[in-house]
Design a protein around this ligand. Structure first.
Ligand SMILES: NC(=O)c1ccc[n+]([C@@H]2O[C@H](COP(=O)([O-])OP(=O)(O)OC[C@H]3O[C@@H](n4cnc5c(N)ncnc54)[C@H](O)[C@@H]3O)[C@@H](O)[C@H]2O)c1
Ligand SMILES: [Zn+2]
Length: 711
């Protein structure tokens, strides 16, 4: 992105227009639909960029500038409420200096010298949605969301169902508008999502969305069933002042029966404000609800009213936000998960914390070296700090990636914490867990006797890219495995005969759904060769390689026989590609573009294991395995084995390969006596030489394109 100072006015105008569109779209998704499409950090970055351009090009500021807007218009379906005093937003600070700068600008506005005393309150910024409650004569008469700041949604009936919101007040001013945040605790959020999932309803990405989605319900019965809470942090219209100070006013609201935040502190200036910020940040993980920063407010209400408002934010307050994609929390426990190939993966169980808008309670710890504070080659990571149970750790998330533990605060380590001892036996089956040379991962050697591996294999087998059986997801497979109904892949296809009757009577199933599942299983008795191969869950065998193998071998018996031959060839024992290539069966695998030594070795050794092989044969016995779709036979390259080498300029290697295959050619990765045609671009090396030696026809990229032009 271009620096603002180097933008031309035309570019600035165009970018302001784009930002206005993008921000409006994000506002609509977040505020009106409770379903954000971008992260808060990305949103904040858009707003910042917009503000920077506007301040550099004040003349270009748009009539619909996002800087002048709050939230989103109230949704249709709700009655509208006009706020007697607008409900605005808050300015943002991200760095410590911006907090000092805030104090300076307040003083400047008020004409106060740097050493004049000026008190602020600092309190958590709760991540929910704001609500304005109007009491008249001590009775709650209306409740409204913020909407676009001027007009909100009437949610009075819904608000009445929230325990923290009193229906009547004693000794209150005749007119009193209380403003605060509606939110949901982590525990209630998790329970709600579980219930929603079980009922097949919509689940929420984070507690804020859950709170907003629950309050903004057209049916108040739904709101009533949702565990919402309310913190009072401010007020709107008043017939009589509550107090002289922010702190006094909030204390008064507490006396009236509202829940207020007990982490509010009076601060003497920026140093104390930042101190409170760090204290609150430390407590963040253990609060049990989401906060996304700390709000500082000038304490003296007379000064607040002198300071007043900008278009959408008060001059007397600012929100100091926490870094969005990073958070500190407690690592409660390290657990070991056993994967499909026996890999022991350490997982950190964390005290839940929100990172980038998502509640995180687990993070990966990669492997035992990572926990110990070293990389695979022994060099220290995190300055060599190891990770222990009970540690205070920093968690981060980027995009949709699994959360990771990035750092440890050794100063906060419990005194009795001991270095983590990585298990050397499988926690599920007790077999030895060993680490092979050069492998960062420790693996359970239990194979098929390991229940963890067995169930992971089954889950893999029914997955999308494998058998993809409708109604048989990971969850059902796990249950059937636990109950002993399905122990290995072949059992899925005998389920009808063995358990058909019981399935119909099984809890949560019934006649219809049982029949649907059994039909769905029958429908998969015919399966594409590549899906079958992928379903076996052989280490290093991905979807793409499964396709390559299927195209090359066409049927399962041929592939299996070639693997058997490879296993019996003496060169199989030898190291190195050259030695392997001397064996015809090995080299047949290696000649397939996209199939390398590691995969070949894994495939050959897996199929050579008697138990493993018997299990695959039992599965295959129930199946009709379909060869890949017939290829074009009338193209000039049909049936020929083609090798591409050197740089291709008009297409990528992948494109060239796909095109050749669609024309019925076989694409190989290396030149051999079986090669019919070499397509050599600039920089072609040993393959071109070998082709000459073997007398194989060689053409360039243009020659290739000409050859297939009419195909
Ligand atoms: N991801 C997205 O697409 C997206 C879109 C729009 C907004 N957002 C998020 O919302 C923010 C902007 O929303 P906003 O205009 O509501 O501003 P804001 O959330 O930054 O600040 C204002 C709000 O803070 C709340 N608040 C909580 N505790 C408070 C306290 N103690 N005192 C005062 N107010 C308190 C109030 O509800 C108030 O309306 C963005 O910074 C972003 O994080 C995200
Ligand atoms: Zn095991």
């Amino acid at each position: 992105m271009k620096d603002v100072s180097s933008l031309s006015p035309a570019e600035a105008g165009a970018e302001l227009a784009r930002l206005a569109r993008e921000i409006a779209r994000a506002n609509e998704a977040y505020h009106a639909k409770d379903a954000p499409e971008i992260s808060d950090a990305d949103y904040d970055a858009l707003k910042r960029r917009n503000a920077e351009i506007e301040s550099a090009f004040p003349d270009l500021k748009r009539g619909d500038s996002p800087s002048d807007q709050v939230g989103a218009a109230p949704s249709e379906g709700f009655q509208k409420v006009t706020h007697s005093i607008p409900m605005l937003s808050l300015g943002n600070a991200f760095e410590d200096e911006e907090v000092t700068e805030f104090d300076r600008s307040v003083r400047k506005y008020l004409g106060l010298s740097a050493d004049a005393s000026l008190a602020y309150v600092a309190e958590p910024k709760i991540d929910g949605l704001s609500l304005s409650l109007r009491y008249e004569g001590g009775a709650l008469i209306s409740a409204a969301t913020r909407g676009d700041g001027a007009t909100g949604e009437n949610v009075t009936v819904n608000a009445r169902t929230i325990d923290d919101i009193p229906a009547t007040l004693k000794d209150a001013p005749d007119v009193l508008e209380v403003r605060g945040e509606v939110y949901m605790s982590h525990a209630d959020f998790a329970a709600l999502n579980t219930r929603q999932e079980e009922a097949g309803g919509k689940t929420f990405a984070n507690p804020r969305n859950a709170a907003a989605g629950s309050l903004r319900q057209l049916d108040p019965k739904i709101t009533a069933a949702r565990p919402l809470r309310f913190y009072a942090y401010g007020w709107g219209s008043l017939s009589q002042p509550l107090a002289d100070t922010q702190k006094g006013a909030i204390d008064r609201l507490a006396t009236l029966g509202f829940v207020t935040n007990d982490m509010m502190r009076l601060c003497d200036g920026p140093d104390e404000m930042l101190e409170q910020y760090r204290l609150i940040e430390e407590k963040r993980a253990t609060l049990g609800y989401d906060i996304d920063g700390v709000v500082y407010k000038v304490n003296d209400l007379a000064l607040q009213s002198r300071l007043g408002f900008r278009s959408t934010t008060p001059r007397w307050a600012i929100a100091h936000k926490f870094p969005a994609e990073l958070a500190w929390t407690r690592l409660e426990k390290i657990e070991i998960q056993v994967g499909r190939t026996g890999a022991l993966s350490p997982v950190a169980r964390l005290t839940p914390v929100t990172v980038g808008g998502v509640v995180v309670s687990n993070a990966t710890l990669h492997n035992e070296d990572y926990i110990a504070g070293r990389s695979a080659d022994g060099t220290p990571i995190r300055d060599g700090k190891d990770i222990r149970e009970g540690d205070w750790v920093q968690v981060y998330r980027a995009g949709d990636v699994i959360p990771k533990v990035a750092d440890v605060d050794v100063a906060k380590r419990p005194k009795d914490a001991t270095p983590y001892e990585f298990p050397t036996v499988c926690p599920r089956c007790g077999s030895d867990a060993i680490r092979e040379d050069g492998d960062a991962v420790r693996r359970c050697t239990g194979g098929l006797i390991c229940p963890a591996q067995a169930v992971e294999r089954l889950r893999h087998m029914v997955g999308r890219s494998a058998f993809d059986i409708e109604g048989l997801g990971a969850k059902q497979v796990e249950q059937f495995f636990e109950d002993g109904w399905i122990a290995e892949p072949a059992d899925i296809f005998t389920l009808r005969d063995r358990k058909g009757v019981e399935l119909r009577e099984r809890e949560g199933w019934g006649e219809k759904s049982a029949e649907n599942l059994l039909d769905a299983i029958d429908a998969r008795r015919t399966v594409a060769f590549e899906r079958f191969l992928f379903s076996l869950g052989i280490r290093h065998l991905g979807e793409v390689a499964a396709k390559d193998l299927a195209r090359h071998f066409h049927d399962w018996p041929t592939l299996a026989q070639t693997a058997d031959t490879a296993a019996s060839e003496p060169a199989a024992e030898a190291e190195g590609r050259d030695a392997l290539a001397k064996s015809p069966a090995w080299s047949e695998f290696l000649s397939i573009d996209g199939v390398g030594q590691t995969l070949t070795r894994s495939l050959v050794t897996t199929l050579a294991q008697a138990e493993e092989r018997a299990l695959i044969d039992r599965l295959a016995a129930h199946l009709t395995i379909e060869a890949p779709a017939a290829r074009a036979t009338d193209s000039p390259v049909a049936g020929k084995t083609v090798v591409f080498t050197g740089t291709l300029e008009k297409m990528t290697r992948a494109e060239a390969k796909a095109r050749a295959e669609s024309l019925g050619a076989k694409v190989a990765g290396s030149v051999s006596a079986k090669t019919d045609l070499l397509v050599a671009g600039p920089g072609a090396g040993s393959k071109a030489k070998k082709a000459v030696e073997l007398g194989i026809e060689t053409i360039d990229e243009d020659g290739w394109l000409a050859l297939i032009a009419d195909a």
